[in-house]
Design a protein around this ligand. Sequence first.
Ligand code: ADP
Length: 389
Amino acid sequence: MPYARIGYGMKILVLNAGSSSLKYALYETSPEAAASDSDQLLGEGLIERVISMADAIKTAFTVLSKALGGEAVAGVGHRVVHGGTYPASMIIDAAVESTIEALCELAPLHNPHSLEAYRAARAHLPHAVHVAVFDTAFHQTIPRHAYAYAMANEYVADKKIRRYGFHGISHRSVSLRFAKIQRKSPADLRLVICHLGNGSSICAVDRGRSIDTSMGFTPLEGLVMGTRSGDVDASALLHLILHAGADPAALLHALNNKSGLLAISGVSNDMRDVLTAADSGNEHAKAAVDAFCYRAKKFIGAYSAAMNGADALVFTAGIGEHSAPIRAGICEGLDRLGIVVDPALNQAKSTTARCIGHSPISVWVVPTEEQLLIARDTLAAVTAISRHN
Ligand code: ADP
């Protein structure tokens, strides 16, 4: 009975170390279970306000000990925000570890935490296969004309200063899931995916490959976000530094932590609060919602043009999955582009993937499954190793 073990394959642990939190999930899966979407989630959790990642990992292991039931964990998948130019997930060996360490310079809020989580997890599970799943990897297919900043060579010659793109795990997860729902190959689809959460980005996925995305050298570029400004003319920042006495480090902090919805609304970085304030007549909150929607709309237009049209516009993440008014606001006035949201479908409460507009470019909500994608990449790496041995 070779298939008796479907869904009862290997135990795969997923660790997603953020700037101040640790999300973890334990799956039992196998290649067959992954192919038939029957991977089993055995346990998951979130630890917030993490001071020591090693302590957080210890807590996660304690919580999961029952679900683990003394069985070995075959693989551990680590979400790593910055993977430089790695085009795919990598088994972590000494070389990969030192690359992730070198990239801490480009992602100082994230990569050090991933490394700390990795080292702690490796100490707990020295025999498991540890895999790094990068947020940047999916965007390595972006062509040079889209990733290069048109800057003087002396500043970009070392090739570090370029657009990398982020949220790749989510954009890839949603594009694969959407293709599965449509029973189509990703190679037959052109998608504009809007990942709208605390951090937000839009991605043009042309026949399965990311060809452009709104975040750039760091996750600051692009859309208006909870506390991040998104696009700002670089000259404005240099003007503040050179002529208005702004401290560069304080300015960078403000752009990342005190800008976006929070700054425009003066109310909150949380879209729910901003919408409530806008509904009760707060003009600043309305302006924040308008700025958020307008910026997203511009990128949808840009990416539709980049792909010579699109088959679907897909919303995901906290705001994308849950906020009907924001989805409606973004799509308002896009009918001549072929995008129309159906108000009843848009407002229907649901947590599953669904179509909310049957226009020429159909409009969808597809929940992101980042942890599952990390688990499956890890499973694939473990399986490849065992085939090799
Ligand atoms: P992260 O980017 O940290 O992973 P999420 O994808 O969970 O975050 O998105 C979080 C954001 O989603 C919150 O800041 C909140 O503004 C927004 N959000 C969640 N539910 C709703 C809702 N029902 N309406 C509007 N916004 C929502």
